[in-house]
Write a protein that binds this ligand. Structure first.
Ligand code: CAA
Length: 248
């Protein structure tokens, strides 16, 4: 296996942390992106997670800001080398029914969950095609596939993310780059634990596997897509949702 540099946006979050640890444990150098205001949190994250041989690093950038992403990728490339694996994992919720949703709640979710993919991917995609290798993995959601009451903003952004995946997959397929989506169901993270308890219980009660997913179960799928042997899966949307939503 070739040791490569992986960048994970939202890398210090619930699912992001597991993705960073899984990619690092398979032997890659992994950079966890974090929101600049969270510098202290990110430093303690690094101290806690950089154990054993894990080659973990942190890098600040506001993924809603194109120039901030340019600066982040330039500094990673000059300090560590080119990014061969990108996981677009940064995401937030601002749940409200449409009738109550403010423009700020709409824009925050579209900017963080969808525009971020453009802002970060464009920094690395040309290098990947020039070198003839790349893995881009976009973390979407079951709610981008089926819609969710109270999530017009989030469902729109996450559905849009898979459209982005399919378009960029076509543009890069002939150059050794694969682009795929992973769509998690309800996973045990701070994002789901901040939901109203009764709503979460009702949703999880209807999941065929009978429980919430674990961040490690998403990370395992991401590592499988990032593997250099996995060169013929591109433009796909891989559901990891405990059977909550199935499609042909
Ligand atoms: N279908 C139909 N009706 C529903 C409903 C549903 N799924 N959920 C709630 N309602 C009803 C309620 O019973 C309530 O009815 P009454 O007014 O008759 O009492 C009404 O809708 C609530 O309406 P409000 O105007 O008060 O709603 P609100 O704007 O305050 O928002 C909510 C409520 C925030 C959307 C809340 O229902 C909620 O948090 N829902 C969960 C949304 C969700 O699944 N978020 C996932 C977060 S985790 C994540 O996103 C990760 C991932 O990828 C899976």
């Amino acid at each position: 296996m070739t040791k490569r540099i992986a960048l994970v946006t939202g890398g210090t979050g619930g699912i992001g942390t597991s993705i960073c640890k899984e990619l690092a444990s398979t032997g890659h150098t992994v950079v966890a992106n974090y929101f600049p205001a969270d510098k202290e949190l990110a430093e303690s994250w690094l101290a806690e997670n950089k154990t054993g041989n894990l080659d973990l690093h942190i890098a600040p950038a506001d993924v809603t800001d194109y120039d901030s992403c340019t600066t982040m990728v330039q500094s990673i490339e000059s300090e560590l080398g080119p990014v061969d694996i990108l996981v677009n994992c940064a995401g937030i919720t601002r749940d409200k029914t449409l009738k109550r949703m403010t423009p700020d709640q709409w824009n925050a979710v579209i900017n963080t969950n969808l525009n971020s993919a453009f802002n970060v991917t464009q920094q690395v995609v040309n290098g990947m095609t020039e070198r003839g290798f790349g893995r881009i993995i976009n973390i979407s959601s079951v709610n981008g596939q089926k819609g969710q009451f109270g999530q017009a903003n989030y469902s729109a952004a996450k559905a849009g993310l898979h459209g982005f995946t399919m378009a960029v997959a076509q543009e890069t397929a002939a150059k050794g780059v694969t682009v795929n989506t992973v769509s998690p169901g309800y996973i045990e993270t701070a994002m789901t634990s901040s939901m109203p308890e009764a709503v979460l219980t009702a949703i999880v009660g209807a999941v065929p596997v009978g429980r919430m997913g674990k961040p490690e179960e998403i990370a395992y799928t991401v590592a499988w897509l990032a593997d250099e042997r996995n060169a013929y899966t591109t433009g796909a949307n891989i559901p990891v949702n405990g059977g909550m939503f199935m499609s042909a």
